[in-house]
Ligand binder design. Structure first.
Ligand code: ADP
Ligand code: MG
Length: 623
């Protein structure tokens, strides 16, 4: 066959194959266009999961009548002036409308502020109709019917109506988070409506929009992030570790206001939470990166959801550092929804025990407690606590419970004399975050009292966390001990990988991994971190090489060592079933207060819960 130029329609259909994967991608492109047009209200209507109908109406600038035919012509855009490296709009490629028009029946009706009337243009499977007058308010309505009718092969790949509708909902929510001052509505044929009233662009307005999308309990269970490094700004919110989900779908990321799905960002979030979440749980996050458009490439893929940073190491470091710092700064804090869920369980007449916990509205509670089904079982740990140089505040775990004393006599029951002597000290303790220890119940729970609440601490989980933090500190404050290999392990790698590893050899040595170049395309490993024990050196080094290539960091090794510290902590902690003296309990509480991250155990479960006195009074009908 001779070489021929493809027809315009075929070129558009090929482009559609990349940009328009499913109905949700159409919605994304149309909503982005509305936002680029400065709309303040955007209404999306779908039928048949978007395959029968998608209609997006906005109150934006509109398209002048004489430009309607350009809007659906390939590579025609009003957005990209000169510089591909300085993109500030969501669209810029000028391919969405012609692509959609090549695989569906598309019509655009629009009116500008200056036009006397509206005009309309249609395109069906690539065939353009003449512009005709129409009636409409200012703004634009784009209607897409029978999506993929012109490409039946693609139609076959569509999932059910429900799945397509939910993908569309996700797209709208994802975009809406970045534009809090715009009102969004989404109505489907199943009559379900998503309504997101406009808030405003302030930090509070942004959080209110996030709450509309994520649920009203998110703000109370999240912490704010605001950090800056070398001109890159990171803002947003992340959930506290006891508020998690089973998948990463509720992790929203934005680069200069553009929703992205980026491996680097997802990996950084995982890294930041690695310490505080079990492997199968995921934080809920909304993160906005703001940086000079010239140092991030958004033109990686036609759908524009991928980005490439000029300095990936910087971005990763910023995200991991900022989240860890925020978690540490927020100190000890358990999920409020945990207490809320408990309230529901307590409420007279709530007979839902054994039915999957409290009723709706306490997802955080359920999530936090579902986590406890997996992970470490304290009852199975029979080891004596290891001595790991963990000492402080007079709390010596080695001798715990050896005396076999009875549970600590609760304050109010003690003799009047003893109380008088202690009252001053107790008064101070009551003012502390976790209060004064009053009793130990079921040989694992410390019951404490603050001025206005009742606190219950899971002593095993809390102590495990403290030991872990101490171990990690020891780990990162001096060089990690290493063991010599009898024979150096030679690892063959692509030359670039070998080179990258060699460049990082000093850092790796600090973590106990001694390696050096071994001729072209190979490295020799002579020492490994002793903590790792017998380890698959080949795999470790390859993972490290991948990570350095992707992110320019050696987090993998650090994370693995942290994991080991976690395991050791697990076995070295006070197990449940040990009786504690009053001083021991108070010492544990004080140490929790002083230790960042101690509000959750290493598996992401809360280490303590707090019940406000006001809530207790409500339970008894006193309020
Ligand atoms: P891009 O968004 O990359 O420019 P599109 O094919 O999505 O390409 O849109 C082509 C052009 O049509 C846009 O540049 C814009 O000028 C115009 N347009 C599309 N949708 C709207 C809208 N809702 N309001 C105003 N103008 C629009
Ligand atoms: Mg566009």
């Amino acid at each position: 066959m001779p070489i021929r130029q493809l027809s315009e329609t075929m070129i558009n259909q090929i482009a559609a194959g990349e940009v328009i994967e499913r109905p949700a991608s159409v919605v994304k492109e149309l909503v982005e266009n509305a936002l680029d047009a400065g709309a303040s209200r955007i209404e999306v209507v779908t039928a048949g999961g978007g395959l029968n109908l998608i209609r997006v109406t906005d109150d934006g600038s509109g398209i002048p009548e004489q430009e309607l035919s350009l809007a659906i012509a390939r590579h025609c855009t009003s957005k990209l002036a000169e510089d591909i490296h300085d993109i500030r709009s969501l669209g810029f490629r000028g391919e969405a409308l012609p692509s959609i028009g090549s695989v569906s029946r598309l019509s655009i009706r629009s009116r500008t502020a200056f036009g006397d009337s509206a005009a309309e243009i249609g395109i069906e499977g690539g065939r353009v109709s003449a512009v005709r007058p129409a009636a409409a308010n200012r703004g634009t309505t784009v209607e897409v019917r029978d999506l993929f009718f012109a490409t039946p092969a693609r139609l076959k790949f569509m999932k059910g109506e429900r799945a397509e509708s939910s993908a569309t909902g996700d797209v709208v929510k994802r975009i809406a988070i970045a534009f809090p001052s715009v009102r969004f509505t989404l109505a489907g044929s199943d009559r379900s409506t998503l309504e997101l009233p406009a808030t405003d662009d302030s930090a509070e307005g942004s959080l209110r929009r996030v709450a509309q999308v994520m649920g009203a309990d998110f703000p109370d269970n999240s912490i704010a992030i605001d950090a800056m490094r070398e001109g890159v700004r990171l803002t947003g919110h992340v959930s506290i570790p006891s508020f998690t989900r089973a998948n990463a779908l509720q992790q929203y990321a934005y680069v200069n206001g553009r929703p992205v799905r980026d491996k680097l960002i997802a990996g950084a979030i995982r890294g930041a939470f690695a310490d505080v979440l079990p492997r199968d749980r995921h934080a809920v996050t909304v993160l906005f990166l703001t940086l000079d458009p010239a140092i991030v490439d958004v033109n990686v893929h036609p759908a524009k959801a991928d980005v490439r940073f000029r300095d990936p190491g910087l971005v990763r470091g910023l995200i991991v550092g900022a989240i860890r710092q925020a978690l540490a700064d927020s100190g000890i804090r358990a999920a409020t929804s945990g207490a809320a869920g408990m309230m529901a369980a307590f409420r007279p007449g709530a007979t839902s025990f054994g039915h999957g916990g409290p009723a709706n509205g306490h997802r955080g509670y359920e999530a936090a407690y579902r986590a406890s089904a997996s992970g470490f079982d304290p009852a199975r740990s029979s080891q004596r606590p290891l001595d790991m140089g963990f000492e402080g505040a007079g709390f010596d775990h080695r001798g715990l419970g050896e005396s076999g004393q009875a549970a600590f006599d609760a304050g109010p029951l003690a003799s009047a004399d003893a109380r008088a002597g202690q009252s001053e000290a107790t008064e101070t303790l009551l003012g502390m975050v976790l209060g004064a220890a009053r009793a130990q119940v079921h040989e694992n729970y410390i019951v404490a009292q603050t001025r206005d609440s009742l606190v219950i601490v899971d002593q095993h989980a809390a102590h495990e966390r403290l030991v872990y933090e101490a171990l990690k500190n020891a780990l990162h404050s001096r060089a990690v001990p290493s063991q010599m290999l009898l024979l150096p392990e030679i690892i063959d790698l692509p030359e670039e990988d070998a080179e990258r590893l060699a460049l990082h050899s000093e850092t790796l040595a600090r973590f106990g991994l001694g390696l050096e170049r071994f001729g072209p395309g190979a490295v020799a490993v002579r020492e490994t971190p002793s903590m790792l024990g017998e380890t698959d050196v080949q795999q470790l080094v390859r993972d490290l090489a991948d990570e350095i290539a992707d992110n320019d960091t050696v987090e993998t090794l650090k994370e693995r060592l942290d994991k080991i510290a976690a395991t050791m902590a697990c076995h070295g902690s006070v197990r449940s079933g040990r009786l504690l003296k009053a001083e021991e309990m108070n010492a544990l509480l004080r140490q929790m207060e002083a230790t960042p991250g101690s509000g959750t155990c290493n598996h992401g479960r809360p280490t303590y819960i707090e019940l406000k006195l006001a809530d207790i009074e409500r339970l008894f009908g006193r309020r």
